[in-house]
Design a protein around this ligand. Sequence first.
Ligand SMILES: [Zn+2]
Ligand SMILES: [Zn+2]
Length: 237
Amino acid sequence: MVDTPRASIELERFAWLPVLEEREDSPSVSKFHGTPFLSSPWPVCQSCAEPMLFLLQLKISELPVVPPGWLSAPEFELHREHGLIQIFNCVEPECALKTGDPYCGANYTALSYTWSTSYQTAARPGHAAIAPERVVVGWTKCTDRPSKETLLELDLEPSTDDLQVISQSHLRVNKLLGWPTSLACVDQPCCHLCGTKMTFLFQLTDLPVGENDAVGFLFVCPDHPNAAFAWGTTQRV
Ligand SMILES: [Zn+2]
Ligand SMILES: [Zn+2]
């Protein structure tokens, strides 16, 4: 029998991994790529003016879990039932270099609700699809542990035996909650309404932009319907 390192008890968190099916569905479901629900014109990059690439849309009422306290404020009344979180990102080479800054203008994250019919149902205007649409049909609950990068960020020495075992169980995948692979590679955003540091909600690993080790992080304000997204290149140590 293998002994479980004692530290793993404190360092374990649950993460929920999306179960995906490759097919096209209505604009208002949880999905990667494909056609998003839009109640305003297609988001355009503030740096290069090109239409951004749609990466992810999550239907809030279908999330299996949310951070403690999130969605409880009166401002979230409509989001609890009809809310969507969407991530768009610019994929033009000069903009894709602006990685860790959620407010560089090449990222667009919306937390909105479906209060009308969809504004526009085309895929990214003027561009061929980069990836096929994948619909979220369910979630798998898994145990997650911190990566080597995160152990360093926590001032723990990842080369010690116990911690090496722990970091091998880190889930470097698309996931809801759990341990983000590394928050040191991005500027963790603050809500522009209340100044509170936003809470990590979702990690996106199969980005069509940047290096193979690029990981994207979606954050939300616990008290306001604000969301922000940034991606950075993590360092495997
Ligand atoms: Zn751009
Ligand atoms: Zn706020």
